[in-house]
Design a protein around this ligand. Structure first.
Ligand code: XIL
Length: 350
C-alpha cells in the first residue's frame, strides 16, 4: 500500500502537480525508482547515532534521517558527562532537542548510555564515598535521567563496556566502589524509573573475543534466572572490512541464544584499520565494505523477528564519523550525504 501511494506521489510530481504529496522538502528534484526504496524498508528498525550539533545545523543530515531512519541514538548527548553538571543538576538541552525532533517525526529513540567507564563528569570521578554512598549516587542519577525521559525512549543501554576482552570485569569506578553487583542494581534502578523501557547491556568485541562473548552471555542468562530486568544485548560492532562474516554471525547467534533482544548498536565498517595516511577509498574498497554491511544485516535477519531490536549505524556521513584520527570512510553516506555502495549493500540484504 505504502509503495502504491509513493508511486502515485512520484507520478503526480513528475506530471507537475504534487499537491497530494506530503514530502514537501524534495526541492523539486525528480526521484528515480531507486529512490523509492530506503532503509525504512528494512525488516527491523534501522537507525543511526547522531551528534546533536549536526542535527540542529545540517539540513542534509536531517533529510537523510527523515528519509531513511526509524530509530535514533544520541552519539554523546545522553552520556553522563553531557547530562550531569553536578549532583542533582542536569543539562537536558541537547538530549531534549533530539527527543523532540524524533517525537515530531515519529522516530524511535534509544538511550545511550547510563553507566560507562568513560564520559564521566569530574564530580563523579573525584567522588569520595563508601559503597552505600556510591550506590546512592548511581541510584539518584539513574532515577533522574531515566525518569526525565520516561515514556519517550524505547530502551536504554544501562551498562556499557563492563567487560575486558579476556572476559574479566573491567575495573570501572562502579566496579571498584560497588563490586560486580553494580550491574544488577543499575538494571533494577532503571526498571523502577521506567518499567516500559527495554534495558540493554551494550559492549564491543563479542565478534572477536570468545572469552568476552562467553562472559557476557553467561551474565545475561544468570541475570534472567535471577529476574534482573534485562531485555537485550547491544553489540556495538565497530568492525573493519577484513572481519569475516562468520565472526559477526557467531556474535549475533550467541547473543540471541540467551533469549533476549539483540541490537547491532554502533555499526561502522572501517576501511583503513592499519591507519595508513595514504589510504584511498577505491571502488574495490567500497565493494568490500558493501559486503560487510550486507553480511551484517543478513546475519541480524537470521534471528527470530521478535528478538531483533534493530541495526544502528554510528553516525550518518563519513564526515561525521568518530573515526577521524586517520583517513577513513566507515559509514553509509559520503561526505556530501550521497549514498555509498555500503548503503546499497543494506538494501540488497532486505
Ligand atoms: C564515541 C563518540 O562517537 C565520540 O564522539 C566520543 O568522543 C567518544 O565516544 N563505544 C560507545 C560510544 O559506546 O559511546 C562511543 O562513542 C564509541 C565507542
Amino acid at each position: 500500500m505504502k509503495q502504491i501511494i509513493l508511486f502515485f506521489c512520484i507520478f503526480t510530481m513528475l506530471s507537475g502537480a504534487c499537491s497530494g504529496c506530503s514530502d514537501t522538502e524534495r526541492e523539486g528534484k525528480e526521484e528515480t525508482p531507486e529512490d523509492i526504496r530506503s532503509l525504512m524498508d528494512a525488516p527491523y528498525p534501522m537507525g543511526c547515532a547522531v551528534n546533536v550539533g549536526l542535527l540542529r545545523s545540517n539540513e542534509k543530515c536531517r533529510q537523510v534521517i527523515l528519509k531513511e531512519m526509524k530509530s535514533l541514538t544520541a552519539e554523546n548527548a545522553m552520556k553522563m558527562e553531557a547530562l550531569s553538571l553536578g549532583r542533582g543538576e542536569y543539562n537536558w538541552t541537547d538530549a531534549d532537542y533530539l527527543v523532540n525532533f524524533a517525537a515530531q517525526n515519529k522516530i524511535r529513540v534509544h538511550g545511550h548510555t547510563l553507566l560507562w567507564h568513560r564520559a564521566l563528569p569530574a564530580w563523579v570521578s573525584s567522588f569520595e564515598g563508601n559503597r552505600e554512598e556510591w550506590i546512592a549516587l548511581m541510584r539518584n542519577y539513574i532515577k533522574d535521567v531515566v525518569g526525565h525521559f520516561k515514556g519517550k525512549l524505547s530502551g536504554w543501554d544501562v551498562v556499557n563496556e563492563a567487560f575486558e576482552d579476556n572476559g574479566t570485569y573491567r575495573n570501572t569506578v562502579w566496579y571498584e566502589h560497588i563490586g560486580k553487583e553494580y550491574i544488577d542494581l543499575a538494571f533494577q534502578f532503571a526498571h523502577e524509573a521506567d518499567p516500559d523501557a527495554l534495558l540493554f547491556y551494550n559492549d564491543y568485541g563479542m565478534e572477536y573475543s570468545k572469552a568476552k562473548r562467553d562472559a557476557i552471555c553467561l551474565m545475561i542468562k544468570d541475570m534472567k534466572q535471577r529476574n534482573i530486568p534485562v531485555d537485550g544485548i547491544g553489540l556495538q560492532m565497530h568492525i573493519d572490512m577484513y572481519r569475516p562474516k562468520s565472526d559477526f554471525i557467531q556474535a549475533i547467534q550467541a547473543a540471541a541464544s540467551t533469549g533476549v533482544k539483540v541490537h547491532i548498536s554502533e555499526l561502522d565498517v572501517a576501511v583503513n584499520p592499519e591507519k595508513k595516511p595514504e589510504m584511498k577509498f577505491t571502488a574495490n574498497v567500497a565493494e568490500r565494505q558493501k559486503q560487510s554491511y550486507k553480511g551484517m544485516s543478513e546475519a541480524l535477519q537470521s534471528i527470530p523477528v521478535a528478538q531483533n531490536y534493530g541495526l544502528t549505524v554510528w553516525g550518518v556521513s563519513d564526515a561525521d564519523s568518530w573515526l577521524t584520527a586517520h583517513p577513513d570512510w566507515p559509514l553509509l553516506f559520503d561526505r556530501n550525504y550521497a549514498k555509498k555502495s555500503a548503503y546499497y549493500g543494506l538494501l540488497e540484504s532486505f
